[in-house]
Structures are given as structure tokens and as C-alpha cells.
Design a protein. Structure first.
Length: 103
């Protein structure tokens, strides 16, 4: 897992042809706004979350965010343990996101 600053995350995401954005917040949080084209997988769903992660392509790059960076860090650790080598955590999460979003 790599913790990336907001600027690093946005820059790397923009230049990564294998990039997939993952939103690991609750549905209520997603309803308040999200980064466009993000896949929503609520980390609070435990085994269901892990089962959904296992369906993803481990060769892709995953840019993971939550509200403040804690849950997304946990999600990246889970992904690493499942064989994902490119999982990037957004430091500060969506609460500090300055890029495009739906709100």
C-alpha cells in the first residue's frame, strides 16, 4: 500500500491507464457526494466487502478513498493481503478532495 497526498493521488490517477477508483465509505456518505466513476464497496460490510474485492482484477491499479483516509488505508491493507500490488490510499480522504466530484 502507498499513502498518497491529494496532489500525488490526483496526478498519478490521471496518468494511470489501469486506474480504478474505489470508494469504501457507507452509502449515506456516498449519497453526500463522490468522485466520478468510483466503484462503491462499503468496507463496513466485512466478508461481503472481501468477497467483492476478490472479484476485482489484481493487475489493475486501485485508488482507494473514504471520508478521511483511515478506512481506505485498511482497505488497501486487505487488498495487499489478497495479492493486489497497486493499492493507493488517499491521505485526508474525500473530506479534503479538491478534484472533480458530485455533490
Amino acid at each position: 500500500m502507498a499513502d498518497l497526498t491529494q496532489q500525488e493521488w490526483a496526478s498519478q490517477l490521471e496518468n494511470d491507464k489501469d486506474a480504478i477508483v474505489l470508494d469504501v465509505r457507507t452509502q449515506d456518505e456516498v449519497d453526500e457526494g463522490y468522485i466520478p466513476e468510483a466503484i462503491h464497496l462499503d468496507i463496513h460490510k466485512g466478508q461481503e466487502f472481501i468477497d467483492e474485492i476478490k472479484k476485482l482484477d489484481p493487475e489493475k491499479s486501485y485508488y482507494v478513498y473514504c471520508r478521511s483516509g483511515g478506512r481506505s488505508g485498511q482497505a488497501c491493507s486487505v487488498m495487499n493481503s489478497l495479492g493486489f500490488k497497486k493499492a493507493y490510499n488517499l491521505i485526508g480522504g474525500f473530506s479534503e478532495w479538491k478534484g472533480p466530484s458530485t455533490q
